[in-house]
Design a protein around this ligand. Structure first.
Ligand code: ASP
Length: 343
């Protein structure tokens, strides 16, 4: 008997699951039990396709770590029963949720493919139909019984990307995401061309989920003219444990004494400061320019080529695990789920 492929589709919300209400003309979520009416092509998969729908469904701007934990738990509960998972999610914060899940799911050996769309499935010109159908195909693809992409990834408009390398950079185009520092995991045209050298290898260990995410973290986006008062009140945030500092170019920041001293004081107080670049591509290189030399001496950690989304969710995860400061500093320089290039 041929074993049936089984994929679980988890709908969290977002544009993809919307149709236009006939009476009001407003976009409203549609009932996922009727998805086969929306996309009859799904009947042509020779798969077991099951659906879980979040209640309530969410615009992804309302995502939070509690919901990430629920998502991780759903995947864990269904892990043995399904060959792969497709998560339908609003595109606005998809890179955050998908990055978070990459850290929360340790020893993942099955595909978890996030997708969504810029136009709702109920709209004739929707990009959602192709995104969903191809994501299902990717989630089910295997070679010799082993999934081809055993990692958390994002599929959008012909591109399969590692989730924790991805940023939403376009609010208008179907091609909404960029993976600035890692080549695509697959390029999709007539065929799906997998980039097997880059895709993570399965380790065949038991899935372990980490559900505690510590939100005592914040972004500090630098800009010319940033004031002492702003930095003071920012670093004074009650309970602040870690900061992702978004710096200029290859990790540069003001070299003025007051600025460096404030970062050093924050570090002495126990606040972890991780330096990432504001650029969509490229890496932090402490010491390349004089304007980053002081950062290193004040205890700021280089984030290398990590994305801001992966940086903040990695910190939430490491703090949530309760590691001490030194261990967190060490783990920030390591690649845990392929999120950073380590030379
Ligand atoms: N605002 C929507 C969301 O992120 C946009 C989308 O689905 O693409 O939920």
């Amino acid at each position: 008997m041929i074993e049936e492929t089984s994929i679980l589709i988890i709908y969290t919300g977002g544009t993809i699951g919307m149709i236009t209400d006939k009476n009001t003309g407003v976009l409203v979520p549609f009932n996922f039990n009727n998805i086969n009416n929306q996309i009859p092509e799904l009947n042509r998969f020779n798969f077991k396709l099951d659906f879980v729908c979040f209640d309530p469904i969410l615009d992804s701007s309302n995502m939070n770590p509690k919901i990430w934990s629920e998502l991780a738990q759903i995947i864990k509960n269904n892990y043995e029963e399904y060959d792969g998972f497709v998560v339908l999610h609003g595109s606005d914060t998809m890179a955050y949720t998908a990055s978070a899940l990459s850290f929360m799911l340790e020893n993942l050996n099955k595909p978890v493919v996030f997708t969504g769309s810029q136009l709702p499935l109920g709209v004739l010109r929707t990009d959602g139909r192709e995104n969903l159908i191809t994501s299902i195909e990717i989630a089910s693809d295997k070679i010799d019984e082993t999934p081809i992409v055993p990692e958390v990834c994002i599929y959008f408009e012909n591109h399969l990307m590692r989730a924790n390398r991805t940023t939403k950079y376009n609010a208008e185009n179907f091609n909404a995401f960029v993976s600035g520092n890692l080549p695509l995991l697959a390029d999709v045209g007539i065929s799906i061309k997998y980039n097997k050298n880059i895709i993570l290898k399965p380790n065949f260990k038991k899935l372990k989920i980490h559900k505690k995410m510590d939100s005592n973290v914040a972004f500090l986006k630098l800009f010319p003219g940033i004031s002492e008062e702003f930095i003071d009140s920012f670093l004074d945030i009650q309970g602040l444990k870690a900061v992702v500092m978004e710096s200029f170019g290859s990790g540069n920041a003001p070299s003025e004494k007051w600025f460096i001293n404030k970062l050093k004081n924050a570090n002495d107080k126990g606040i972890i400061v991780l330096n990432v670049t504001q650029c969509l591509s490229g890496s932090v290189e402490h010491g390349k320019y004089e304007t980053s030399v002081g950062l290193e001496t004040s205890g700021v950690i280089s984030g290398g080529d990590i994305t801001p989304e992966a940086a903040i969710t990695k910190l939430m995860y490491l703090l949530g695990e309760g590691y001490d400061r030194e261990t967190i500093r060490k783990l920030l320089s390591k690649s845990l789920r392929g999120e950073v290039t380590v030379c």
